[in-house]
Design a protein. Structure first.
Length: 281
């Protein structure tokens, strides 16, 4: 078996909503975005046997290690602020869960939702472009299931990663985490929804605005941004081009619920052509 072009590691999530649930988590949004960009995609996850991953991630090579539970979230949005509860939680993903053939992936995204992926797994992919979605390491769960923010554990290292992506909401004012990531990796991206994003590269911060879109469901937009960013960075070797491409992809993704509007390459290129003034400054 050949290595995938793009590999994402983390929990597939049940996102509870009225009338049932839909698949979520960084894995779901990242794998969908990479597939719609035409890449061969692999997923390493843990989930219970009752979740039909072939139905939820069609055409994607999924390596599932069985877990007693599948991580289950409930997301509620009020005035742009998200409140999350966790009702069940899957077990951690270990190095031995990553098949040998996946370790040759060209692009890797570590995408935990609740710290189930150790940052050290980046060392399994010395030849890859590795991205970290930091939100999963910045969450804790209270006894009543409410998700609360936790500060970055400075004893953890992002060595081995090239890009760290985090939202303003998850980061809050943790300047110590930003400083550590700036020391240990090449690029740090802080996304801010309608406020666009700021990008640290080559010793300075720059900003890019958000592309205009009608927001229906912002869930997963940060994961789409991270995925599109590392893919475009791999293809163009340009941080500015990657930021534009990622911002356009993230904007398109919020126009419908779930992964319904995760965009193709052609759709993203159309938005880029329509808004040439949205650039990294």
């Amino acid at each position: 078996m050949t290595a995938p072009d793009f590999l994402v590691i983390g929990h597939v999530v049940k996102d509870v909503s009225d009338g049932g649930w839909r698949p979520g988590g960084t894995v779901t949004y990242a794998a969908t975005q990479a597939a719609r960009l035409g890449l061969g995609v692999g997923v390493v996850t843990r989930a219970s046997a009752d979740v039909d991953l072939s139905a939820h991630l069609p055409g994607i090579c999924v390596h599932r290690t069985l877990s007693g539970e599948t991580t289950t979230f409930e997301n509620r949005y009020e005035q742009g602020t998200r409140e999350q509860h966790v009702w069940t939680r899957g077990s951690a993903i270990e190095a031995e869960d990553v098949p040998r053939e996946c370790r040759g992936a060209r692009i890797v995204l570590l995408g935990p939702v609740l710290g189930e992926v150790a940052p050290g797994l980046a060392k399994l992919f010395p030849g890859a472009l590795v991205g970290f979605c930091a939100q999963g390491w910045l969450r804790d769960v209270r006894p009543d299931g409410l998700v609360v923010r936790r500060r970055w554990d400075a004893s953890q290292s992002v060595h081995g990663a090239h890009v760290v992506v985090v939202s303003d909401e998850d980061l809050e004012d943790d300047e110590d985490a930003l400083e550590q990531w700036r020391r240990e990796t090449s690029i740090v991206v802080v996304t801010g929804g309608k406020g666009g994003a700021r990008v640290y590269d080559e010793g300075r911060w720059r900003r890019i605005g958000a592309f205009p879109h009608e927001e229906v469901d912002p869930t997963g937009a940060g994961d789409v941004f991270a995925t599109a960013f590392v893919i475009a960075l791999d293809e163009t070797k340009s941080v500015a081009s990657a930021a534009r491409f990622a911002a356009a992809a993230a904007g398109l993704s919020i126009e419908a619920e779930g992964t319904a509007k995760v965009a193709t390459r052609e759709e993203i290129e159309r938005v880029l052509a329509e808004h040439p003034g949205v650039v990294l400054k």
